[in-house]
Design a protein around this ligand. Structure first.
Ligand SMILES: [Zn+2]
Length: 110
């Protein structure tokens, strides 16, 4: 999973490597984020469309996020409780926003 985290950061133009750290912006809140490359500590790999809903490891579905943002989305949006709190349309709008942001930040290999 750490390899995917690094590949995802490398394909997001907001991220740059500095020593053993990757520094960039959280896909969900857009706030500053840094994580340690050897351990991955400081970030989570976000599946925009959750695996439980058929989301894959395709780069277009992955983002680097704060662990707290990743957890908040899981709890309040992706989970059963999230389905009670939000309409299907609100949930889909969130996923669409994140997929679009990921696409806008994509850095494709040359
Ligand atoms: Zn965040």
């Amino acid at each position: 999973m750490n390899r995917l985290l690094i590949e995802t950061a490398a394909s997001d133009y907001t991220f740059a490597r500095s020593g053993s750290q990757w520094i960039g912006k959280c896909l969900i809140c857009n706030g500053n984020l840094s994580f340690d490359e050897p351990t991955g500590v400081g970030a989570n790999l976000e599946h925009i469309v959750p695996r439980s809903r058929g989301g894959t490891n395709d780069p277009s579905n992955l983002g680097v996020t704060h662990p707290s943002c990743n957890a908040e989305k899981g709890r309040n949006w992706d989970s059963r409780r999230g389905r009670q709190r939000h309409t299907v349309e609100e949930y889909q709008a969130l996923l669409d926003r994140l997929l679009q942001r990921r696409e806008e930040r994509r850095r494709f290999p040359e």
